[in-house]
Design a protein around this ligand. Structure first.
Ligand SMILES: [Cu+2]
Length: 372
């Protein structure tokens, strides 16, 4: 019987739970969509599950072609205040590129690059998705977008032979940052060869303005040498054993270091859309020398935590991190499963320029060597 208990004054433990719930409710109110979005309103204060079935009131106005970008670039923020039909055109291509110094690899890609090109649409948009498979491909490909509500995330509708094209349509019902990948059997082979990318469904009210947005996607490779003079290919045994030869950001060792380092200036706000293509490893994403002011956990549509050192990016998942840049110098992106960073390639850099601020950080004495 519950009734005698509920009549008593709250215990300290119950009060603690009540406080935690109130705090969670407060945090939940700080969503990206605010309270203007229909779906958010439909969820109600008790967090009831919304049904997002589009109705006649959700009018689709006009049509536009999606701007797709290769990492680390991100398409511009969406300024539209209404839903439209967005035409996405993506082509699967099998290409030989550098994976690491001395290692060329036969990548299978979306758009010719690893990770695949970034897609940005608005919550409520109707997306007409065209998947082409390049005529020189050796096998069929398709696409499963985690943003899709429907069979296989689109995979069932997009099995495409070399030289062919498939088209399907979906409504971007849920805001958030989603992985897409190829899902043709054997699925691990297609993903391990590089077939993944990110699609952002921007909330109706948009994302808070920042100065820089970057696209960073971690993944790992299981490479074995080809015949003499031939590029490396997938080592299925290593893949099955989860023993990668390379763990990288944006498709190759050094894709975000040296001349390829990301750039920012002191005083700017930075947002990184982080994805993890896997196929196996979970990423402990960390930026050496910074603290994430905001984290949208697991790529969902609200800030779930503030002041975070390291955030988990699941295989086949994502996260959004934001931080202000207060100090010039080099910030280092790593998977903090740290052998991966320093021995297998999961290392990137943001070069921050601008005026120094010793109040933020100052080195007061060097190596501490004894005076002669
Ligand atoms: Cu494929």
């Amino acid at each position: 019987m519950l009734s005698p208990t509920t009549a008593r004054p709250l215990t300290l433990r119950q009060l603690g739970i009540a406080t935690a719930l109130a705090a969670a409710a407060l945090l939940a109110s700080a969503t990206l969509t605010g309270c203007a979005g229909n779906a958010e309103a439909a969820e109600g204060p008790e967090g009831a599950v919304p049904l997002r079935t589009p109705t006649a009131a959700d009018e689709i106005v006009g049509e536009e072609k999606a701007v797709l970008t290769a990492a680390p670039n991100v398409p511009p923020p969406i300024t539209r205040t209404y839903a439209t039909k967005v035409v996405v055109q993506l082509e699967s291509q099998e290409v030989v590129k550098r994976l690491a110094d001395g290692v060329n690899y036969t990548f299978w890609t979306f758009g010719g690059d690893v990770p695949g090109h970034f897609i940005r649409v608005r919550e409520g948009d109707q997306v007409e998705f065209h998947l082409k498979n390049h005529a020189h491909s050796s096998v069929p490909h398709n696409i499963d977008l985690h943003a899709v509500t429907g069979p296989g995330g689109g995979a069932a509708a997009t099995l495409t032979l070399p030289g062919g094209e498939s088209v399907f349509t979906f409504s971007a019902l849920n805001p958030g940052l989603y992985v897409y990948h190829c899902a043709v059997a054997p699925v691990p082979m297609h993903i391990a060869n590089g077939m993944y990318g990110l699609v952002l469904v921007e909330p109706k009210s948009g994302l808070p303005k920042v100065d820089r947005e970057f696209y960073v996607m971690q993944s790992e490779f299981y490479a074995k040498p080809g015949a003499a003079g031939q590029p490396h290919t997938l080592d299925m045994d290593r893949g099955t054993d989860e023993r990668p030869t390379h763990v990288v950001f944006n498709g190759s060792v050094g894709a975000l270091t040296g001349d390829n380092a990301l750039q920012a200036k002191v005083g700017e706000r930075v947002r990184i859309f982080v994805g993890n293509g896997g196929p196996n490893l979970v990423s402990s994403f960390h930026v050496i020398g910074e603290v994430f002011d905001n984290v949208y956990g697991e790529g969902g549509s609200m800030v779930t935590q503030r002041n975070v050192q390291t955030t988990l990016i699941p295989a086949g998942g994502s996260g959004i991190v934001e931080f202000g840049v207060e100090k010039p110098g080099n910030l280092v992106l790593v998977d903090h499963s740290i052998f991966r960073a320093f021995n297998k390639g999961a290392l990137g850099m943001i070069k921050v320029t601008g005026d120094d601020n010793p109040r933020v950080y100052a080195q007061n004495k060097g190596l501490g060597m004894a005076a002669h």
